[in-house]
Design a binder for this molecule. Sequence first.
Ligand code: IMP
Ligand code: MG
Length: 217
Amino acid sequence: MSTPQESGGRSVRVGLPAGRLPGVLPAPPWDEPALGEIIVPADALQARVAELGAAITVDYADRPPLLVGVLKGACLFLSDLARAINLPVEMDFMAVSSYGSATRTSGVVRIVKDLDIDLSGRDVLIVEDIVDSGLTLAFLRRNLLARHPRSLAVCALLVKEGLQSIPLDLAYEGFRIPPEFVVGYGLDVAERYRNLPFICHFREEIGLPPGPLEAGG
Ligand code: IMP
Ligand code: MG
């Protein structure tokens, strides 16, 4: 387990059970009060992504998948995952936006950017950053199934425990995490923190510091 010194003084809690690889943490790039405990350290993310890529390589050996990344949250996960898959995959991206508050989804989803590639007859693997209520995923699954892929499966990096009232049926899942708002490795609050190399708790009660525009830059 990491020492307080290794974690830059920040306490550490590793998402369980799928990943189980505590390790040395990088120093936090910014010291912002709203950034809380690290939930999944960077090296655990990288190790788990390598495992997922290896599993996908075996499962899809005779039918290289079309990876469908859900923007923007899945962008870092998809770029690492694709490099961990030893098959000639193709990639396409979709952007959806859910009506609701900044940190809660309403389940009413709108397609902001659609796919370019025709899914009919393809083996499609949806690559999602995080499953919270599961409503976004349920929408995506319905929407993509209507395009007649040969198969449709889901690879989600994070699943919040205990929040889904509908069965998720995930073929691949990275980490189960507590049902708290998290940022990093693609996940944002108001477009911030996507480039953190780890996943950490975002303390909603503290909120964001002033952005570049408000700071008078
Ligand atoms: P769901 O429809 O409730 O499952 O929400 C899924 C979407 O909400 C994800 O694809 C994320 O874009 C966003 N989301 C849910 N929880 C978090 C979080 O803790 N941090 C950042 N984004 C989140
Ligand atoms: Mg998302």
